[in-house]
Design a protein around this ligand. Sequence first.
Ligand code: ZN
Length: 373
Amino acid sequence: MSDSDRPVVLRNGLVLTMDDSHTVLTGADVLVIGGKIAEVGHHLTAPDDALEIDASGGIIMPGMVDTHRHMWQTAMRGYGADWTLTQYFVWYYLESGKLFRPEDVHAGNLLGAIEAIDSGVTTTVDWSHGLQTTDHADAAVDALEAVPGRFVLAYGNIQQGPWEWSTSDAFRDFYRRRIDGGKLAGFQLAFDIPGDPAFQEKAAFEVARELGVKVTTHAGVWGATNDDGIRLMYENGFMTPGTVYVHAATLSPDSYHRIAATGGSVSVSTESEQSAGQGYPPTWLLRKHDIPVSLSMDTSVWWSGDLFSAMRTTLSADRSREHMEAHSTKDTVTHHHLRAEQVVDWGTRGGAKALGMDSEIGALTPAARPTWC
Ligand SMILES: [Zn+2]
């Protein structure tokens, strides 16, 4: 029996189950057998060989889920602390991003994966848009497979149009070798739709459809993507369930209606939107349109890998906006609409649902997989 097969019981903690009722148990235990949660409750009987962990005074919660993190950029962790989005684009898209070698992507992904796990983020979408060649992609996957966590590779390449790299023989060969039946938790295609009426991105959407994988796209980013990209996706039938729209901060009600009506969700990176300038963090609008939300850190070139900071900033940005909107009509907010509990949901179950993995992760319920399995 390997260590990972040994039963584990966590004792006497404050358990945030994040089940459908958001049940909270005080002084409770969580029993894990065979890599799955067997039982949650009080005074559980554990197998004799179970590893006992005293969780007194601590919180036991599901591992957090980040739906958008450019892990290859972790090699430059903290370098852009004072950047705007414009400076980021110049550095990564125009000047230095193309200098990254496969070993640089490997280094960033390795550090990024460890940083995620160290922060309690047990499932991360590696929004990997620095894959200039499939050698870079192999290096990215090598690093992700070397770290015990769940990683979804969102394949992208900002040095080419998505209609170019996604239709290449090299990409198809990589998919067969590393993804189909591989060890990663999932796979997405990652590219943006700036709104050119020619809509060449159609070819990449067709590849995603053929492979049966989802698309994730930076949508509603001030100065980069807008309603035109959403409209083109909609008119061509590519706004499908499971599509993850990142930021979605500068969109019209029409676009929000389209996202809501087609089963998409939005990955909100509040620290990024506030500092880089994609637009005001949109949760206050997404709530109005009943659009599912997940959270993300975006990139460690500015921010940390800590999703607790995403939860705190998302809560305060939403409340700040609610107060501002009320004051503009001489009203007063007496009770916040967005509750702390809801933001914890977005950081756990919200991400699991966005990735279609909520039957396995995102809640401490029997049969779910705990953080470390
Ligand atoms: Zn991003």
